[in-house]
Write a protein of this length. Structure first.
Length: 230
């Protein structure tokens, strides 16, 4: 079995090497073939050069760098999935707010699922401030009602998929709302989705802000819902 770890990153030059080392430390203990694919678009801090340096050092690392454009997380996710060659694809955030230590658990859980998604809110050790927790839960409730999605944490960045899922599911969203489009289409196609409680560490410098991105994302999600209903 081959595993593809895909990591979208934007302005993460200061931490990407540590992220690579942590992921590699876990994967090298597992009886699997693997690759780690980093993707950045529009970074201004040298992230592209950092991931390219990692790819020169380690043949199992693939660097996708688009320094002259900023398209968004959904656009980058499509590029990552297109490049991935593993039987199982695991996506995670570059800041490791969810630790790669859960990769072995995910691979075991994938024996009876087509897609896994972490639930940050159900784990007793997750550290999420109320100012982030309450609006996030309200947003997730709205999305579950609109799209009939049976998970509690739609925006979790740590997910796993069978590569075959993307033979039948394609997404078009370029921004953070790509998660919703993907989940909705995965459910519509009848794939098995499982939610796994996992410890989450809140990062103050997280790229996604409920206050800054939430209203726009909700509007785009409603438009997506209307388009899927047609």
């Amino acid at each position: 079995m081959k595993v593809s770890i895909i990591v979208p990153c934007h302005n993460e030059a200061g931490r990407i090497t540590d992220t690579y080392r942590h992921i590699t430390r876990i994967l090298e203990k597992l009886p699997v073939e693997y690759e780690i694919i980093f993707e950045e678009d529009g970074s201004t801090d040298g992230t592209g050069k950092a991931i390219e340096a990692l790819s020169r050092k380690d043949s199992r690392v693939v660097a996708l760098s688009f320094p002259d454009i900023r398209k968004g997380k959904g656009w980058g996710f499509r590029k990552l999935v297109q490049k991935a060659s593993g039987d199982i694809i695991i996506s995670m955030d570059a800041d490791l707010s969810t630790s790669p230590d859960v990769i072995p658990q995910f691979l075991n859980e994938m024996k009876c699922a087509d897609m896994l998604i972490t639930n940050r809110y159900s784990h007793p050790d997750s550290r999420i401030p109320l100012r982030r927790r309450i609006p996030s839960l309200a947003y997730n409730l709205a999305l579950r009602a609109l799209f009939d999605i049976h998970v509690r944490d739609t925006q979790s960045g740590f997910k796993a998929y069978r590569k075959s899922v993307f033979d039948r599911v394609q997404i078009s969203s370029d921004g953070f709302e790509y998660d919703i489009e993907l989940l909705a289409k995965v459910y519509r196609e009848g794939f098995r989705v499982k939610e796994v409680p996992v410890k989450y560490i809140y990062r103050k410098d997280a790229r996604f802000s409920v206050a800054a991105h939430g209203p726009k994302m909700l509007l785009k999600s409603v438009r997506l819902w209307r388009g899927m209903k047609l």
